[in-house]
Design a protein around this ligand. Structure first.
Ligand code: CP
Ligand code: NVA
Length: 308
């Protein structure tokens, strides 16, 4: 049995493969928009394991699998043996014998790696403490839809150097763009944790306004990620000056877009007039989770198929 391909980090797919997934996304999205039935994954089953909360990830994977002709099963820590201490390795053996593809949202990256090492089927990272590759797949696709190629562009990341930030940094190395990162002191990028090859594709700025200057895309995320709730109060104080507001958007490029993976906290990491304003593409970004992940599942299960 050939080893399955997994998507545990963005860089698990090459630039060529990611470009292929984007080309398939476009075609699959067109089918969806024209109500054309496309069932390449008929009789296939996706198992979704959630150890953290989700709206978009669950919905987009579950709806996406149905739309491709397959079925999706939802498991969470509370209602399965995973929450009662069954080893991840044992769970992977069993779950991957009863399904065709698995998506996991969990805590440490090492958990999903242990699962994948014991899985007979492809495993997709639906968010870990370290990475959120499905999100950045949708984000880059959304940028391309709105502005064309992202190569050579500047992305400003304002806020926490979290899982979404780390994945943007991986994307910058793969697609050849630059990230201007501004975090409060003590929350800086950890290149090794981000899984980077080097430091050539990003620059750190103490002042968020400097990071946003001239950027083609300004993006941020919650100040406190899931699993770090105990730090909430401290983070609210530390991040108070790292809000993306209208003044910050003014120093970005004239045609800059604003993105946020959502859920958002208006008045914290982003001002309401930015996320609800004309430069915001957050709803397209959320919708594209559906289309890009359908293309990703098609690729992981069927490989390259002839594109008509
Ligand atoms: N952006 C994102 O992954 O959203 P959910 O937490 O709702 O899945
Ligand atoms: N960084 C956030 C993203 C939520 C989609 C978190 O991990 O909670």
């Amino acid at each position: 049995m050939a080893a399955p391909r997994h998507f545990l980090q963005l860089k698990d797919l090459s630039r060529l493969e990611l470009d292929y997934v984007f080309a398939r996304t476009r075609w699959i999205k067109d089918q969806f928009k024209s109500y054309s039935k496309y069932w390449p994954l008929e009789d296939r089953t996706l198992v979704m394991i959630f150890e953290k909360a989700s709206t978009r990830t669950r919905l987009s994977f579950e709806a996406g699998m149905h739309q491709l002709g397959g079925a999706a099963i939802y498991l969470n820590t509370r209602d399965s043996q995973l929450g009662r201490g069954e080893p991840v390795e044992d769970a992977a053996q069993v779950i991957s014998r009863m399904s065709d593809i698995v998506m996991i949202r969990t805590f440490e990256q090492s958990i999903i790696e242990r699962f994948a090492a014991n899985s007979r089927v492809p495993v997709i990272n639906g968010l870990t403490n370290e990475y959120h590759p499905c999100q950045i797949l949708a984000d880059i696709y959304t940028f391309i839809e709105h502005r064309g190629s992202i190569e050579g562009k500047t992305v400003a990341w304002i806020g926490d150097s979290n899982n979404v930030c780390n994945t943007w940094l991986q994307a910058a190395e793969i697609f050849g763009f630059n990230v201007h990162v501004s975090t409060p002191p003590g929350y800086e990028v950890e290149p090794e944790r981000a899984g980077l090859y080097g430091t050539d594709n990003y620059e750190e700025f103490a002042d968020p306004m400097e990071a946003a200057k001239g950027a083609d895309l300004v993006t941020t995320d919650v100040w406190t990620s899931m699993g770090f709730e105990a730090e909430n109060e401290e983070r609210r104080r530390d991040f108070a000056d790292w809000q993306v507001d209208a003044d910050m958007m003014k120093v970005a490029a004239k045609d800059a877009v604003f993105m946020h993976c959502l859920p958002a906290h208006r008045g914290e990491e982003v001002a309401a007039d930015v996320i609800d304003g004309p430069q915001s593409v957050v709803w397209d970004e959320a919708e594209n989770r559906l289309h890009t992940q359908k293309a990703l599942m098609e690729f992981l299960l069927l490989g390259h198929i002839s594109v008509e």
